[in-house]
Design a protein around this ligand. Structure first.
Ligand SMILES: CC(C)(COP(=O)(O)OP(=O)(O)OC[C@H]1O[C@@H](n2cnc3c(N)ncnc32)[C@H](O)[C@@H]1OP(=O)(O)O)[C@@H](O)C(=O)NCCC(=O)NCCS
Length: 193
């Protein structure tokens, strides 16, 4: 999949699957957007040691430059309700408000729907994510594995009613990142963040 986005940047922005070669630039972009405390987030407890959901790690590039990233992760809401956790989403600080974040979100959510996923949750700014349909309704009986600002705990139904009656702890269900003798391989560790 490749979606072209028109912005003032001379190189067109393309949304595509994240590749291993994007890891270093993606790490730098996330460090710049969130700082080192990004690893302290409660959402990270659902991502660490795992791989992103199949086909749901996307990047925005402009020529050779990585300018945006989004990933989704397999989780379960309570014991038996499969869902996806979205994040992190970030766009290069010099290219914000040009529509790249929106293109990443729409591409990721479209893919998730096409893959048969029924809902997506995230922890983020409601004023931003509400434009994609996310809201706090139906999230009040769900818990994250750590501190949680409930005003930022949002869900989206890809299938109507998918979050009806959702309750319990959100837990990771994604494929574990490769390990060698109980040590996560460095590349894999950086993939799973
Ligand atoms: C949030 C982020 C991904 C948006 O990407 P983007 O490419 O700038 O977004 P878009 O161009 O698609 O949308 C821009 C619009 O979103 C708004 N917006 C951006 N961040 C916002 C926020 N945190 N809260 C509310 N609105 C926000 C802008 O004001 C702009 O509004 P407008 O359409 O009325 O002009 C980007 O600002 C970013 O990387 N921020 C730092 C990391 C971050 O906060 N990630 C999200 C975690 S909550």
């Amino acid at each position: 999949m490749a979606i072209r986005v028109s912005i003032s940047n001379p190189a067109p922005v393309v949304i595509a699957d994240e590749q291993l070669r994007h890891i270093d630039a993606r790490e730098a972009l996330l460090d710049a957007a969130f700082g080192p405390e990004r690893f302290e987030k409660t959402s990270e407890r659902l991502r660490e040691g795992r791989l992103p959901a199949d086909g749901l790690a996307l990047v925005a590039t402009a020529g050779e430059r990585l300018v945006g990233t989004v990933r989704l992760w397999n989780v379960t809401l309570g014991p038996s309700r499969p869902s996806l956790l979205l994040g992190p989403l970030a766009v290069d600080g010099t290219l914000r408000a040009a529509g790249i974040g929106g293109q990443l979100m729409r591409a990721a959510l479209g893919r998730a729907r096409d893959e048969g996923h029924v809902s997506v949750i995230l922890v983020g700014d409601e004023p931003y994510y509400s434009r994609f349909g996310f809201g706090a309704a139906k999230m009040d009986k769900l818990w994250m594995p750590g501190p949680l600002d409930r005003a930022r705990f949002l869900g989206l139904e890809l299938v109507p009613g998918a979050l009806d009656g959702a309750r319990g702890l959100v837990s990771p269900t994604g494929v574990e990142a490769p390990r060698w003798r109980d040590v996560e391989l460095p590349g894999a560790w950086r993939i799973a963040a």
